[in-house]
Design a binder for this molecule. Structure first.
Ligand SMILES: [Ca+2]
Ligand SMILES: [Ca+2]
Ligand SMILES: [Ca+2]
Length: 300
């Protein structure tokens, strides 16, 4: 009897425990379904497609953007001040800004062309050119996807991520001929993910050609950056341009970056320079030729 009673108690505990663990996922699934329905409903009520051909229409569309919107730029729009992407999409429903050219040559001196403080944007198939400072800057937000965007002839870096910008995925982009004349080329990199950017920023299949400072610059970047299948060529001009293909950190840092299958060609200084960062940098499959100081230096 005693043994049977013990068995009964044990079975009861097991049954109770299994009921408890089964209950939890069901509740979660129910909640997920509910929130998905809400998102779909909101999207169908408010998401819209618009094609814009001038600055006012572009600013209105961007200011009113909600998750699921697609804003298409047709032709060239001449901006007169920085375009701020402050709204956010959602993980299941991004805001798309696509197409055309943003000519930023008419902006006040010191202005960035585009400032992205929001999250969950798709920015695709676009040219951003001639901004007085950086072409496009990502900060604060994250989960932005940038595809086939060219940043050309801007007055500082073409594309910059800093101030906490995280989880940005930069794919098949081009950053050429950026040059900060005011500093004789000291600062304008093709891609700068430096100083204070957040985690999980990735560059893939991008190219940086003929920028006055470096192709890529991870100076002071506190979290791992991934750079794969990218090309840096002919960087370094003006009397102050450093001219590294890939500058991978700075002195006093110990940050491991992942730098895979890249090519550095004909840069003024090094192909790949750890620049004093003592973190272990994986440079699997990366190479290049014609860099004036050599291919690799200060990598651990
Ligand atoms: Ca600047
Ligand atoms: Ca520099
Ligand atoms: Ca630099």
């Amino acid at each position: 009897m005693k043994t049977n009673f013990k068995l009964f108690i044990m079975c009861s505990i097991i049954l109770f425990a299994s009921c408890e663990t089964n209950d939890t996922p069901v509740k979660e699934n129910e909640m997920a379904t509910e929130s998905q329905e809400t998102t779909t409903e909101n999207k169908s009520l408010t998401a819209k497609n618009s094609t814009v051909t001038n600055e006012n229409a572009l600013r209105s569309a961007v200011a009113a953007a909600v998750a699921g919107d697609v804003i298409t730029i047709s032709g060239t729009i001449n901006l007169t001040k920085t375009l701020e992407l402050a709204k956010s999409g959602s993980s299941s429903s991004k805001i798309s800004l696509t197409g055309g050219t943003l000519n930023c040559s008419g902006l006040p001196s010191g202005s960035w062309g585009v400032k992205v403080n929001g999250s969950y944007w798709n920015i695709t198939n676009m040219t951003i050119r001639n901004a007085p400072d950086c072409g496009i800057v990502f900060q604060n937000g994250g989960y932005n996807y940038v595809y086939n965007v060219s940043t050309l002839s801007n007055g500082d870096s073409g594309l910059q991520i800093y101030n906490g910008g995280h989880d940005n995925y930069i794919l098949s982009c081009k950053s050429n001929d950026n040059y900060d004349a005011a500093n004789a080329g000291e600062n304008a990199d093709g891609y700068a993910c430096k100083l204070s950017a957040g985690k999980n920023n990735v560059f893939e299949k991008c190219s940086a050609n003929h920028n006055s400072d470096d192709g890529w610059d991870l100076y002071g970047q506190p979290y791992t950056v991934t750079i794969k299948n990218c090309t840096a060529s002919n960087n370094g001009f003006g009397s102050n341009g450093d001219g590294n293909g890939f500058k991978l950190g700075s002195a006093g840092q110990k940050v491991a970056h992942t730098v895979t299958n890249n090519t550095a060609t004909n840069n003024l200084a090094w192909g790949y320079d750890g620049n004093g960062n003592t973190g272990h940098i994986t440079i699997t499959g990366s190479g290049g030729s014609g860099n004036k100081k050599g291919l690799f230096t200060r990598l651990y």
